[in-house]
Design a protein around this ligand. Structure first.
Ligand code: SF4
Length: 402
């Protein structure tokens, strides 16, 4: 039995999906409801699901992270946070140092609300700012304006939350580099320890997708988006942040543990409508991933034993490819040894040749069997990753012994 077996089976994260939003952002294709039709009783249903999994293998593991995402978790009332966190503590072994994050939106933040969240056991916030520019917020159909964003950040700065992150979106149509810089400078006035920045993606089933199809909106030029991304990386690094993943920046010690767990195939239990879960199988030679029913209506009606919409089994080869995808998007990268020991995945000759070429051209740094994209490589991470995976020859999978 090797060390990976113990690591795979010992720890878990918990993700909780809160599917309510005040209004629909124009670019968003996450699952959420703006109607209040099924709002009553949601917390009780979620707690029922928590108790259900309190009888599962997850209850044997140490919970290292809890993450409330959505939707907009800050649509929950203070008493609901207390009830949900208390149910989690009753059913799982939560590490005393567990990172417990709640996504919040500016329109819901008051100092009283933050105190309630903190008292319930949440110790990290992730606030969706996206931009401070009124015209961009209006284009995004965000529920908050720039003043509400600043007010919420001020409340957070004056609260007990030391560990918080803010989301920004760049590459918006017509957004100049100078306008994006103004957003970043404004955010830094509030001294965040972590920032997630994403380029605007046009998803087909969104209002933005329809505007683009009808040519009412022209997406930003690729070169301008790349310039904003490059500037952001350089600037935040000059301000003491580490660009530790393609979209994530942190001051030392403030990297997101929860996200790092996803990238590293730590087990996680997803609760709530449309939430995904991931768990290694007993012998660590495969894993499974499953998803809860998407619709809130179905989630509310079904017994927790019936809410899984689909389940898939993942081979070690699929897991290895996922690990290459997530690992190479991080500054830390991954090691060839990890791929062979944990996933029984051997880098083939064509892949070795490709890695060598990337090292020669400054896209990868490769030391002591580790491979990590350089700053230059991170800018085209997805292209490099797909090319590297596609060069895998069919190496026979050997019998894995633990
Ligand atoms: S608040 Fe978040 S989840 Fe809700 S619509 Fe906007 S982007 Fe989507």
């Amino acid at each position: 039995m090797n060390n990976w077996y113990n690591i795979n089976m010992r720890t878990t994260g918990i993700y909780i999906h809160i599917p309510f939003c005040k209004q629909a952002c124009s670019y968003c294709d996450f699952y959420f409801e703006t109607s209040l039709k099924h709002r009553d009783g949601f917390t009780e249903k979620l707690i029922e699901e928590i108790y259900h999994y309190g009888q599962s293998a997850f209850a044997e593991m140490q919970v290292s992270t809890i993450y409330f995402g959505g939707g907009t978790p800050s649509r929950l009332h203070s008493e609901e946070w207390t009830k949900i966190m208390s149910a989690l503590h009753k059913n799982f072994t939560i590490s005393p140092n567990a990172e417990c994050t709640a996504e919040v939106n500016p329109e819901d933040i008051t100092s009283k609300y933050l105190s309630g969240l903190y008292d319930s056991g949440i110790n990290r916030l992730s606030i969706g700012i996206q931009s401070f520019m009124p015209s961009i917020l209006e284009f995004m159909n965000r529920a908050h304006g720039s003043e509400a964003a600043e007010r919420a950040l001020l409340h957070i700065s004056n609260s007990k939350f030391d560990n918080w992150t803010a989301d920004l979106i760049y590459g918006n149509p017509n957004q100049s580099l100078e306008e994006f810089k103004a957003d970043v400078y404004k955010l830094l006035e509030f001294k965040p320890k972590h920032i997630s920045a994403y380029s605007l993606t046009v998803e087909p089933n969104t209002r933005l997708g329809s505007w683009v199809r009808k040519k009412k909106v022209v997406p930003q030029d690729d070169e301008n988006v790349a310039n904003q991304q490059q500037w952001l990386s350089d600037y935040l690094e000059s301000q003491g942040f580490s660009h530790y993943e393609v979209s994530n920046f942190a001051k030392p010690g403030f990297e997101s543990v929860h996200n790092s767990s996803y990238w590293n195939h730590v087990n996680y239990l997803g609760l709530g409508p449309s939430a995904h879960s991931f768990m290694w199988e007993e012998n660590s030679t495969s894993a499974k991933r499953w998803k809860n029913v998407s619709l809130l209506r179905d989630y509310m009606e079904l017994n927790p034993t019936k809410i899984i919409q689909y389940e898939e089994h993942l081979s070690l080869k699929t897991l290895a490819e996922e690990r290459i995808m997530t690992g190479l998007r991080t500054k830390k990268g991954l090691t060839i040894g990890e791929l062979s020991d944990r996933y029984n995945y051997n880098i083939g000759e064509k892949q070795h040749a490709y890695v060598k070429l990337l090292i020669q051209n400054g896209y990868i740094s490769g030391e002591d069997g580790g491979i990590a994209l350089t700053k230059k490589g991170l800018l085209i991470a997805d292209t490099i990753i797909l090319e590297l995976i596609s060069r895998q020859e069919d190496v026979p999978v050997l019998n894995k012994q633990h």
